[in-house]
Write a protein that binds this ligand. Structure first.
Ligand code: AHR
Length: 495
């Protein structure tokens, strides 16, 4: 197969937003306990944070981290997680049928964020709670001092305000599984009044209203419209959530799942702009794609009994293979390509729970296959996102009809240009010709590929390096050409 594309710094989409490379830490399974936090672990620091996970988080290049949920937040009382740890209550977590010990709360999380060099992004509970509790949490976190709640934070050891800029107004309240599930009008009104009150404290906050839990929800489209009719002037973002998996052995459709992400984004942008037009507003609502990943939801069974409320059980511990990482790379390409409206995103999640980083309790930590596309995109995407106008042969998929066999996006920061590309073909390499004339005399300085003869090969604690980016040996210059192996994620750097 042959494909070509053009790198031209004039084809700008938007700046690369650092917040595209956000992730998510929920009180779910082993994400917090034995994930980021495990006192007694050989690498634990003085606060009980695993240094091995901190190192991998930095290497992953994470910008923001959304917290504390997810479905968990819709029943969460943030006050349970502050103050002396020994006095914190244990609570039922209805979302994940677990016991929450509250050993980690907002102060520990923000401390962990500082250590990891990431920006915290906080969600408030609009399931079982409302405006007053959201205001309390905001005052506790961000008010400097001199009020009951800010002084409580100081007494709890955080002299400086947490300074959290980005806030999610609840989570997935369109979903019947959500504690406190609501209609679009009910949620829209509550989100609007919560946002209005939070802005009375700090007009500069960046607020995210809940969009649909997926584009297959029965209310998709009308949910966004009704919620934005209520909240348009009060919020900055609407959220999107999307998870993909290979179904019935249909690898071809799975590798093309970013087609759905592109469609999802275009639909939400059109819906938001339609509401804006009706309101005669010049303001644009952007997208926070604050949950996205490959997730084998069909393999998730609740194996516990109704009497069972375990602490930090292993839940949603998907083990990703090469094909998952290539589909995942396609999703990253979609997020970057849509940077004109997708200005923030959070990979769900960071550790153990559908995550790029895995840990053993008391033991090792390693990189899943999906770690690599994320780390490379975060590291090398810089400056502006460029359209690359790929021309590639197409193939027929059951889920999306005809789809190009190759997908790509580039970024350009004046000195260097990086191309991110996936070959979706199950069996045929793609010879990719890159038209670099508009860049002047640049050359390919590095080309790596993530591939394996076995598309279902995984990384494990015993063989953590099986799937990792390797130098691509098939590179030609004048004209620039790279051979992309079948089922591969590729990074080509020019300078
Ligand atoms: O990320 C796992 C779960 O997926 C989150 O808790 C929820 O928001 C979504 O349904």
């Amino acid at each position: 197969h042959h494909a070509k594309l053009t790198l031209d710094p004039a084809f700008k989409v938007a700046p690369v937003h650092r917040r595209t490379f956000g992730t998510f830490v929920e009180h779910l399974g082993r994400c917090v306990y034995t994930g980021i936090y495990e006192p007694g672990h050989p690498t634990a620091d003085e606060d009980g944070f695993r240094r091995d996970v901190l190192d991998l988080t930095r290497e992953l290049g994470v910008s923001t981290v959304r917290y504390p949920g997810g479905n968990f937040v819709s029943g969460y009382r943030w006050e349970d997680g502050v103050g002396p740890v020994a006095e914190r209550p244990r609570r039922l977590d209805l979302a994940w049928h677990s016991t929450e010990t509250n050993e980690v709360g907002v102060d520990e999380f923000v401390r962990w964020c500082r250590r990891a060099g990431v920006e915290p992004m906080m969600a408030v509970n609009l399931g079982t709670r409302g405006i007053a509790e959201a205001l309390d949490l905001l005052e506790y976190c961000n008010h400097p001092s001199g009020t009951a709640l800010s002084d409580q934070r100081i007494a709890n050891g955080a002299k400086e305000p947490h300074g959290i800029r980005m806030w999610c107004l609840g989570n997935e309240l369109d979903g019947p599984w959500q504690t406190g599930h609501k209609t679009a009008r009910e949620y829209g009104r509550l989100a609007a009044e919560t946002a209005r009150a939070m802005r009375m404290v700090d007009p500069g906050l960046e607020l995210v209203a809940c969009g649909s839990s997926s584009s297959s929800m029965p209310t998709f489209g009308s949910w966004e419209a009704e919620v934005l009719e209520e909240t348009y002037d009060l919020v900055d973002h609407i959220s999107c959530h999307a998870y993909y998996q290979e179904k019935d052995g249909d690898l071809g459709s799975f590798l093309a799942c970013s087609t759905d992400m592109d469609y999802f984004i275009a639909s939400v942008v059109a819906t938001a702009d339609h509401v804006g037009a009706r309101l005669k507003s010049r303001k644009k609502i952007n997208i926070s794609f604050d949950e996205w990943n490959v997730w084998y939801q069909s393999r998730f069974h609740d194996t516990g009994t109704p009497e069972d409320w375990p602490v930090a059980p292993p839940l949603l511990e998907d083990q990703y293979h090469l094909a998952d990482a290539v589909a995942f790379g396609g999703l990253l390409i979609s997020l970057l390509r849509n940077s004109d409206r997708v200005t923030a995103a959070s990979l769900a999640q960071l550790v153990n729970v559908i995550a790029p980083i895995m840990t053993e309790p008391g033991g090792r930590a390693w990189r899943q296959t999906t770690f690599h596309p994320f780390a490379q995109a975060s590291r090398y995407a810089a400056g502006d996102v460029l359209r690359v106008e790929p021309v590639a042969p197409a193939y027929e998929t059951k889920a999306y009809g005809e789809v190009p066999l190759m997908d790509a996006v580039a970024t350009h920061d004046g000195e260097s240009t990086t191309l991110f590309a996936v070959n979706r073909s199950a069996d045929t390499p793609m010879s990719l010709e890159i038209d670099t004339r508009a860049l002047g005399g640049v050359r390919i300085v590095e080309a790596t590929t993530l591939t394996d003869p076995d598309v279902y090969a995984r990384n494990t604690a015993d063989d953590p390096g099986r799937i990792a980016p390797r130098p691509n040996p098939d590179v030609e210059h004048d004209p620039a050409r790279v051979l992309l192996p079948p089922v591969s994620w590729n990074v080509i750097r020019l300078g």
